[in-house]
Design a protein around this ligand. Structure first.
Ligand code: HEM
Length: 297
């Protein structure tokens, strides 16, 4: 059987479902959740070899920047490794009966192994003794200007506090949703960002070329985040998966619906949210490029 599922989200060459990324509406922070299949979300794509090679590079050169494991996350790691193996991923150590004498790898090594075989980044939310869910670890090689180690120990509300207006709009809904989801059911959502670089790894500590008024059509990339939320059946920790697909602005402009809806987003996003998305200076330029490409606007 061909193990490559081209329908997996994040396949670099697949045409995105633009309505998910740019809804036909004024900009607002939205839940945008729908049911999905964890096995499909996590399945390898045709870009698997190159994506995993890049993940391996970052996890080998700076493991503690891209992978974080707290004691609290170890049960979630164990459950996730069992789940990944059930999907056919070879997470080390693969212990056969003959191997019994070999030394167990440390949980952190196992975390790195999982981070290398999955194309998706992943983060766990684990409830503390008071029942408050907190970021407890994961592997994030392709962040969109954030740092997993800074978020560890924080609640989702604290994690999202840098996003202007997000908590006021969604914090309660997010926590209620996470309380209620049935263990084993996967939920999907999407998110779109803008960048002057096509690089997957946009860790906040790496140099960044900002979008500004001088930006040209070939210097803008859209970072499409495909996200999955899954409550693990045993630990009830939340596994949050993020797969990044990078597409050039030209691809958006070649799709009339996407170009029109993106222009609407750029026209209606608040100055604070535009600033958070790195669009303060470039918003008008990208909007002009986009509306020239879509004369109907
Ligand atoms: C239903 C659940 C969730 C919703 C609706 C949600 C929504 C959002 C939205 C709308 C943004 C702003 C993105 C943008 O437009 O640039 C955001 C950012 C972010 N979210 Fe979530 N989120 C959810 C769950 C999570 C979870 C489980 C995590 C786990 C760590 C997380 C971590 C983040 C981070 C790190 C950012 C970026 C913050 C930064 O720039 O520092 N989110 N989220």
């Amino acid at each position: 059987m061909d193990p490559v599922h081209n329908k997996s989200p994040g396949a670099q060459n697949s045409e995105p479902d633009w309505r998910r990324f740019f809804p036909d509406a004024d900009h607002r922070w939205a839940m945008g959740l729908r049911r999905g299949e964890a096995g499909v979300f996590l399945a390898p794509t045709e870009s698997s070899a190159s994506v995993c090679a890049e993940r391996n590079h970052w996890l080998s050169t700076e493991p503690r920047t891209y992978a974080v494991l707290t004691k609290e996350a170890e049960p979630a790691l164990a459950e996730t490794v069992t789940f990944a193996r059930s999907l056919g991923f070879a997470v080390r150590p693969e212990q056969s009966p003959r191997d019994r004498s070999s030394r167990e790898e440390s949980p952190f090594d196992q975390l790195l192994s999982l981070g290398r075989v999955w194309e998706s980044d992943f983060v766990w939310l684990v409830a503390d003794k008071a029942g408050t869910r907190r970021v407890a670890g994961g592997v994030v090689c392709f962040p969109s200007h954030w740092d997993l180690s800074e978020k560890v120990g924080r609640t989702l509300s604290e994690t999202h506090s840098v996003v202007p207006g997000l908590n006021a709009a969604l914090d309660r809904q997010i926590e209620t949703f996470l309380d209620k989801i049935v263990p084993g059911d996967a939920w999907l959502r999407e998110n779109a960002g803008f960048s002057r670089s096509p690089e997957f790894n946009q860790h906040i500590k790496r140099p960044r070329t900002r979008l500004d008024v001088s930006v040209t059509v070939d210097e803008v990339w859209i970072r499409l985040e495909h996200q999955m939320l899954l409550k693990l059946p045993l630990t009830h920790s939340i596994l949050f998966g993020i797969r990044v697909q990078v597409v050039p602005l030209r691809q958006v402009l070649n799709t009339p619906y996407a170009a029109t809806a993106m222009t609407r987003l750029l026209s209606t996003i608040s100055p604070e949210a535009a600033d958070y998305k790195g669009l303060s200076d470039a918003r008008e330029t990208i909007r002009n490029i986009s509306s020239q490409a879509t004369p109907a606007n």
